[in-house]
Ligand binder design. Structure first.
Ligand code: C2E
Ligand code: MG
Ligand code: MG
Ligand code: MG
Length: 283
């Protein structure tokens, strides 16, 4: 067939086949199969990316899940999370993410003068699961984690679902004392109107606006607009994906509150996080 014929002409046949639709479907179904055993094989682990203020002082971290699979190697979250959502495995993976990151950061905060605030991404299926609040309550208690030091990050894709149910769950999250952040803001579905109706504490300016802030006047206007709205509504505004000092100084001038990106640190293991914070316990 055409794919076979074409592949003979390319030097890297593996890459070529990954790109064909048939191979993509096969790869995705193998990935779906491997996902089922990922948790019991301990293939998932967490990294933590620092969030700093305008003075460069670390204020918190975002927990980011990683998957090192025995057959497929390293698979990024952008690739496996949509598949885990469709197979139903994301709820259990999300439970692992919450429990592991609460335990890690609770332990970290034990020997730190200024506790870090932990941000955890919550998938749509995880958030909509009927036991979400009950499990979150239980996880906070067993990790002995201060609820006000936890932020859950949700995205605008959630609001395609039943808004009343979502708002009730958000209210329950707030009643626990946990904060709520709207991730990748400006790229999704929600109208600005929704911001005044939801109990949101934080807005994260999407990386795409930060990427282009120095080269595209529209991206710059979006960043400025999001910061202005955030300030008016008394929300913390976070810039994600800050990679250069140029982007940073632009955002500092605009009055952004919190910064996250490779310019400061990549997602780190707990050991590297302790080194980054400079308060590693030596015994
Ligand atoms: P996100 O929540 O918007 O996370 C930010 C992503 O940008 C992370 O990618 C992070 O590593 C990356 N990043 C941060 N700073 C920079 C930078 O300066 N430059 C560049 N190029 N990238 C930067 P990652 O870890 O691959 O995660 C991708 C997405 O997957 C996340 O986007 C989030 O939506 C989802 N995700 C990751 N971990 C979890 C998780 O534990 N649970 C759920 N539900 N979703 C997760
Ligand atoms: Mg996030
Ligand atoms: Mg984000
Ligand atoms: Mg993003």
């Amino acid at each position: 067939d055409l794919a076979m014929h074409e592949s003979k002409k390319t030097r890297n046949t593996t890459i070529y086949f990954k790109d064909s639709i048939k191979e993509r479907v096969l790869y995705d179904s193998e990935l779906g199969q491997e996902l089922k055993y990922g948790l019991e094989r301990n293939e998932f682990y967490m990294l933590y990316q620092p969030k700093v203020n305008a003075q460069g002082v670390i204020k918190g971290v975002e927990a980011l899940v990683r998957w090192q699979n025995q057959a497929l190697g390293f698979v990024g979250p952008d690739k496996f999370i949509p598949i885990a959502e469709s197979t139903g495995d994301m709820v259990a993976i999300g439970d692992f993410v919450i429990d592991k990151s609460l335990a890690d950061i609770a332990a970290f905060n034990c020997h730190s003068d200024t506790p870090l605030v932990l941000s955890v991404n919550i998938s749509v299926k995880q958030f909509l699961h009927p036991d979400f609040i009950e499990k979150l309550t239980h996880s906070l208690q067993s990790a002995n984690f201060e609820p006000c030091n936890l932020i859950i990050e949700i995205t605008e894709t959630l609001f395609i679902e039943d808004i009343f149910g979502i708002n009730e769950t958000l209210a329950q999250v707030k009643r626990l004392g946990v904060q709520i952040s709207l991730d990748d803001f400006g790229t999704g579905y929600s109208s600005l109107n929704l911001l005044t109706k939801l109990p949101i504490d934080e807005l994260k300016i999407d990386k795409s606006f930060v990427d282009d802030i120095l080269v595209d006047a529209n991206a710059k206007s979006m960043a400025e607009g999001i910061i202005a709205i955030g300030k008016k509504l008394d929300l913390i505004v976070v810039a994600e994906g800050v990679e250069t000092i140029g982007q940073l100084s632009e955002l500092v001038d605009m009055g952004c509150d919190i910064y996250q990106g490779y310019y400061f640190a990549k997602p780190l293991s707990v050991d590297d996080l302790e080194a980054f914070c400079g308060d590693k316990i030596t015994t």
